[in-house]
Design a protein around this ligand. Structure first.
Ligand code: 3UK
Length: 516
């Protein structure tokens, strides 16, 4: 498929972009210029939005933001469910030179209050479903706010024409928040060029996304993985995205697949495991799907094997990150190995370093660093974190990897204590803080523990003020407390009562000892 005018990749897969451009043009407006205005860009259970309608609504959204007083460079925080308005806000902001930030929609009021203040955003737009967390956050950290419905009503009155504000390929374009081990999320600032690079290098050249494809991502748009799968890859290729705003379960995802017949399906390992359990109870029609993709956490080889046996389709595991924007090591339809993350995506460089920063000997395990043109420029307001993580164009993934003798990369766990639950970050410190808030708890430590599908879930080790074992009633109380206070996926699935926690001389909890 032809690249948009002015954009090319050389033989080393380095991108060339016009010095002055706006990335909304190749992703949105280009399709109108190419005569594809009548093609469906988005399909949902409620509506179909063509490329022509999308381009017009993006313009209207940009005009509403400008009329609200937002200036180029200002931030828009958008806590929006998977629906067409997500596209209008994200691209309307970008086209007007405003920086959209779509955070995880499963967070709690204190998380949002932190992000309002940290980002210094000028406006918050939120789906009314999230009012219960957003409205208290607005009280804690006041900033102007509108619901998506109110925003859509303003759009209806706005002009349908908007000139793209020109920028350089390296200018700030949008941010994504990523959780750190201290529990405070960091805004990874992505540039104008980054979506072009990930869409072309992984979307087109690895997955082969093309104009006839229909993509459905069970992973939501707020997740960099879902943002690529369910928005940027389809728009880059002029193909169709299916959106479903419901919580992804085997029932909702199978129903969406049967109804919209996607050719590409994107999930996370925990969902594939749940879907497999549901498939044992009855056949579902997945015949439209030519490729399934998994990311967020490692896909156990057993899930790959059972899925292939049941559905005849393979799942392509790949590792990506918020900072890299999308997958940089991945399996391919014609080259895959279960139980591995695959090979480096052409256009990305990888190296595995030992503690001293030297390359490990062949087959050795070490810290994975990557380099590629889609990586974030810096973390907002966190110069030390930026300097530690982003060094001479290389990005520290925080993951431990090794390469087998065929060149496939194998995940060996995290270098820090962070957990992935259902593909989403979970900080042990945050869950521990919640448990310590219970009157009976003296200390707590959280580690990852494999469930029946070999997928990691939080497990708590708890020391009670009174000592001894809390029994099932207290365990239930602690789980409920976490479910109520934290994003619900973060609650500990097991609680073990212990007399004391292993600590260093300086009093730091040695979580690695509890994992053993
Ligand atoms: C872990 C994996 C083993 C790994 C993401 C695809 O997950 C994404 O971004 P996050 O910032 O997390 C990044 C971290 O998650 N991880 C992700 N995928 C795998 N570990 N095997 C995998 N296949 O620790 C990594 O550092 O939430 C995934 C595309 C875009 C993304 N942002």
């Amino acid at each position: 498929m032809a690249l948009p005018p002015g954009i090319s990749f050389d033989s080393d897969l380095r991108v060339t972009l016009p010095d002055r451009f706006n990335v909304a043009v190749p992703f949105i407006d280009r399709h109108i210029a190419e005569g594809c205005g009548a093609k469906p860009a988005i399909r949902t259970a409620q509506e179909t939005v063509t490329y022509g309608e999308l381009a017009e609504r993006v313009n209207r959204a940009g005009n509403v933001l400008l009329a609200a007083g937002l200036q180029p460079g200002d931030r828009l925080l958008m806590v929006v469910k998977d629906c067409p308005a997500f596209f209008y806000l994200f691209w309307g902001a970008i086209k007007a030179g405003i920086v959209p930030i779509p955070p995880n929609t499963l967070l709690r009021a204190p998380d949002y209050a932190y992000m309002f203040a940290d980002s210094g955003c000028r406006l918050v737009v939120y789906s009314s479903e999230f009012a219960g967390e957003i409205e208290p956050a607005l009280v804690q950290a006041p900033v102007e706010a509108l619901t998506v419905d109110a925003f859509l009503a303003e759009m209806a009155k706005a002009s349908a024409a908007l000139d793209a504000r020109l920028a350089s390929p390296g200018d700030d374009c949008f941010w994504l928040y990523s959780s750190g081990s201290t529990g405070r999320p960091k805004g990874a600032v992505h540039r104008q060029r980054d979506m072009v690079v990930s869409s072309e290098l992984y979307g087109v050249r690895v997955l082969g996304v093309k104009d006839g494809d229909v993509s459905f991502s069970a992973a939501k748009l707020f997740f960099a993985y879902g943002l690529g799968n369910g928005m940027t890859f389809p728009l880059w290729t002029g193909s169709t995205a299916v959106l479903d705003d419901r919580r992804p379960t085997p029932d909702t995802t199978f129903e969406t697949i049967e109804r919209f017949r996607p050719t590409l399906y994107y999930g996370v390992p925990a969902l594939y495991a749940a879907q497999l359990a549901a498939l044992e109870k009855g056949g579902r029609d997945l015949s439209s799907v030519r490729a399934c993709v998994s990311a967020g956490e490692a896909l156990p080889a057993e899930i790959f094997r059972r899925w292939k046996e049941r559905t005849g389709t393979i799942i392509l595991d790949g590792i990506g990150s918020t900072e890299a924007l999308h997958i940089f090591i991945g399996n391919r339809l014609d080259d895959h190995k279960p139980g591995t993350s695959g090979r480096p995506v052409p256009g990305y460089d990888v190296r595995i370093l030992d503690e001293a920063g030297k390359p490990v000997p062949a087959g050795g395990s070490g810290r994975l660093w990557i380099r590629g043109e889609s990586t974030a420029g810096y973390y907002w307001n966190k110069p030390e974190k930026t300097a530690e993580t982003m060094v001479d164009g290389w990005l520290d993934t925080g993951d431990t990897y090794r390469q087998d003798d065929e060149g496939y990369l194998i995940y060996d766990g995290r270098s820090d204590d962070m957990l992935k639950v259902g593909g989403i970050w979970c900080s042990p410190v945050e869950i521990e803080g919640c448990l310590i808030g219970h009157g009976a708890v003296l200390e707590a430590a959280i580690v990852g523990h494999p469930d029946e599908h070999a997928l990691i879930k939080p497990k708590a080790f708890v020391v009670l003020k009174q000592g001894g074992d809390g029994g099932p009633a207290l365990t239930e109380e602690l789980m409920t407390l976490c479910r109520k206070t934290l994003a619900p996926y973060k609650y500990p699935r097991w609680v073990e009562y212990v007399a004391e926690l292993p600590k260093t001389a300086t009093g730091k909890i040695q979580r690695f000892k509890l994992r053993a």
